[in-house]
Design a protein. Structure first.
Length: 199
């Protein structure tokens, strides 16, 4: 998920989804000022360096920009990515982030380390893909991850994405490398391949 946006100004209010999107285990809401610290914690781990398409080295100022400017400006229509906070309750702490990029019809996500291993991301992805299909009228939702990110692959497989193999992808806008690709759609996917072993 990209956090880069040229220009823009700090918004007085954090624009975001008006109503929460309810899953079975998670609630998807707007990001809040109070989420900055946990965003910075999540995006400075070794796994974040390896697998997230975010600035590196990641600084607290990157988290401030993401929450105060990038995410709200997407909801104002200034770019094509809409971002939701993942929580276990409406007033609960940030567990992670999930976003839809309209131009690419692509989903991206991450979880804070202390929220991992609970099945939250599978529920968040299943919930948001349903939201995309029902509300945004997308014919399909695409997913990708860097080779080696088996946790993300497990989530995509568990939520019914069809695996399309490995392709060369752009990384942090400067580097290219191999990525896994998959798609979620209501149609048959004749080009789908078996998912690789995820142990």
């Amino acid at each position: 998920m990209s956090e880069q946006l040229a220009g823009g100004r700090m918004s007085e209010q954090l624009a975001g989804p008006t109503l929460p999107v309810l899953g079975k285990r998670v609630v998807l809401t707007a990001l809040r000022e109070s989420d900055i610290e946990r965003t910075a914690e999540a995006c400075t781990t070794p796994d974040a360096e390896r697998f997230l398409d975010t600035p590196w080295p990641y600084k607290r100022s990157d988290a401030e920009f993401f929450i105060r400017e990038f995410a709200p400006s997407g909801w104002r229509g200034e770019h094509d990515e809409r971002v939701w906070a993942i929580r276990e309750s409406v007033s609960g702490p940030l567990c992670g982030v999930i976003g839809l990029r309209e131009g690419l019809r692509e989903v991206g996500f991450w979880l804070h380390p202390d929220a991992q291993g609970k099945g939250l991301m599978s529920d968040a992805l299943r919930t948001l893909v349903g939201h995309a299909e029902g509300c945004l009228v997308w014919p399909e939702v695409r997913w990708r991850c860097r080779v080696g990110n088996t946790a993300s692959m497990r989530v995509a497989k568990a939520t019914g994405f069809s695996y399309l193999g490995i392709r060369e992808g752009e990384w942090r806008n400067v580097e290219r490398g191999p990525e896994h690709y998959a798609v979620k759609t209501n149609r048959e996917v004749p080009e789908a391949l078996p998912w690789p072993p995820l142990e």
